[in-house]
Design a protein around this ligand. Structure first.
Ligand SMILES: *[C@@H]1O[C@H](CO)[C@@H](O)[C@H](O)[C@H]1NC(C)=O
Ligand SMILES: *[C@@H]1O[C@H](CO)[C@@H](O)[C@H](O)[C@H]1NC(C)=O
Ligand SMILES: *[C@@H]1O[C@H](CO)[C@@H](O)[C@H](O)[C@H]1NC(C)=O
Ligand SMILES: *[C@@H]1O[C@H](CO)[C@@H](O)[C@H](O)[C@H]1NC(C)=O
Ligand SMILES: CC(=O)N[C@H]1CO[C@H](CO)[C@@H](O)[C@@H]1O
Length: 394
């Protein structure tokens, strides 16, 4: 019956090839003709660092869904920290003893497979170069994943005034943009772009919903001067994730998951994504953020604000993920300080050396009283160990 209907319609389809074909680029036909730099791409902060059963619901996880699920749900910027561990380039959060998401090359292989399967999508990777990998080191990983054919190379060595349209990037097959923060660029591997030549960011280290701001934090040469950064054609990346301030005095930060439904919402309470993005767009003379980076992207849901900024109401081809619930039962129960301390202690036990660096989850600087904090943490650790050893339920 279906075949018969199709055959009956065939002459109509052949006669009107342009009218019947609607191809979406990054989930919308309206975005095909838009420039890569003018639209807003949803970014998953710390993409491979997930809080699910694979990591024992680690509090160091920033996402409930893995990278490929993120991409299938509409995320188009995936980010990760790259660390050197046992002579391998691995994706680790702060330190490999805290949260190790495997080798960089394996993650890239997964993304390569996704790009093969999704020929109309333009994806951006942002790597935080935690252990100063050279361009040649990273190229070895990208080559091993056979992903370099997709990598886009802008002309020249400065931020371009205009980026190609999504359709052009799709047609030329160069639909992967790779930024590294930071990297000494190497003309032998021109697709590895130094983030600070092309992008500026607002502050990322925020632990109160009222503290989100729109001004430049990095690169330092444009600090507090978004006008100059925009005039220099740098793309605005809007960090919009909230850390818990529970351990702020110890320089330990972990994502605030309990408030994320508001943090990522299109409207509503203090610090919501939609209002912040609107305020930033206004502050930037009508320029919308090129990237918005969030924790737990499915909550909010964050994609709603991105669609609003892109004027997209006809999104297609997205895998649906839970917008309200955390996918793993039990994750909410881990929202307590004792679990955090136990994880820290376990990570320190697993690590070869217990330095203050091991205690820092993400961001944060070693302050002048590091020795004192370290001492205080050891005290807390002993306390927690005692609490845990005598009971099953803290
Ligand atoms: C990073 O490595 C490069 C060589 O690839 C070296 O020139 C540079 O000094 C290193 N930077 C840091 C901060 O270690
Ligand atoms: C590498 O990927 C390209 C497509 O991007 C494919 O044609 C080629 O067969 C792949 N090579 C290997 C060794 O898998
Ligand atoms: C998350 O942020 C909200 C709003 O500031 C706050 O009430 C809550 O205590 C925070 N949760 C954690 C775990 O820090
Ligand atoms: C969405 O519409 C607004 C208002 O007309 C416009 O400023 C903006 O450039 C549009 N964004 C995209 C990606 O089309
Ligand atoms: C730098 C800054 O603005 N800090 C503020 C963040 O929000 C808290 C709570 O609202 C204020 O006390 C800080 O002054």
């Amino acid at each position: 019956m279906r075949v018969f209907t199709f055959l009956a319609l065939l002459p109509v389809i052949l006669a009107n090839p342009l009218q019947t074909r609607t191809t979406a680029c990054n989930n919308s036909p309206d975005l095909c003709s838009k420039s890569y730099g003018e639209i807003t791409h949803l970014g998953a902060h710390d993409s491979p660092f997930v809080r699910d059963e694979t990591t024992g619901n680690s509090l160091a996880g920033d996402q409930y869904y893995d990278t490929l699920t993120q991409l299938s749900a509409g995320v188009r910027l995936v980010t990760a920290q790259v660390h050197k561990d046992n002579s391998q380039w691995r994706l680790c959060h702060s330190t490999c003893s805290l949260l190790d998401a495997g080798r960089l090359r394996d993650w890239l292989k997964d993304i390569k497979g996704w790009l093969d399967d999704n020929p109309n999508e333009v994806v951006t990777i942002l790597l935080v170069n935690s252990d100063n990998a050279s361009a040649s080191d990273l190229n070895t990983e990208f080559t091993s994943a056979n992903i370099t054919d997709y990598a886009y190379e802008p002309e020249g060595n400065t931020a371009p005034k205009t980026w190609p349209t999504l359709q052009t990037m799709i047609d030329t097959g160069k639909r992967l943009v790779v930024f590294v923060a930071p990297i000494d660029t190497d003309s032998a591997h021109p697709y590895l772009l130094n983030e600070w030549t092309y992008i500026w960011e607002n502050p990322y280290d925020v632990s109160f919903p009222s503290n989100f701001t729109c001004e430049v934090d990095r690169p330092s040469e444009y600090q507090g001067n978004s006008g100059a950064a925009l005039s220099a054609n740098l793309l605005p990346l809007m960090n919009h994730f909230l850390y818990s301030s529970d351990f702020a005095m110890l320089d330990i930060e972990y994502p605030n998951a309990s408030y994320v439904a508001t943090t990522n919402a299109a409207s509503g309470g203090v610090g919501n994504l939609g209002s912040t993005a609107s305020a930033c767009k206004k502050a930037w003379g009508g320029r919308q953020p090129t990237f918005i980076m969030v924790d737990f992207f499915n909550r909010g849901p964050a994609i709603e604000t991105v669609d609003n900024l892109n004027n997209v109401s006809n999104a297609v081809g997205r895998k649906s993920v839970s917008k309200s619930e955390e996918p793993t039962s039990g994750a909410a129960a881990n929202e307590n300080v004792f679990k955090a301390l136990v994880e820290l202690a376990a990570s320190a036990r697993a690590g070869a050396d217990v330095s203050m660096g091991n205690w820092i989850w993400t961001g944060g600087e070693l302050g002048e009283f590091a020795w004192w904090r370290s001492f205080f943490l050891m005290f807390l650790y002993i306390l927690v160990e005692r609490l845990y050893s005598g009971s099953t339920c803290p």
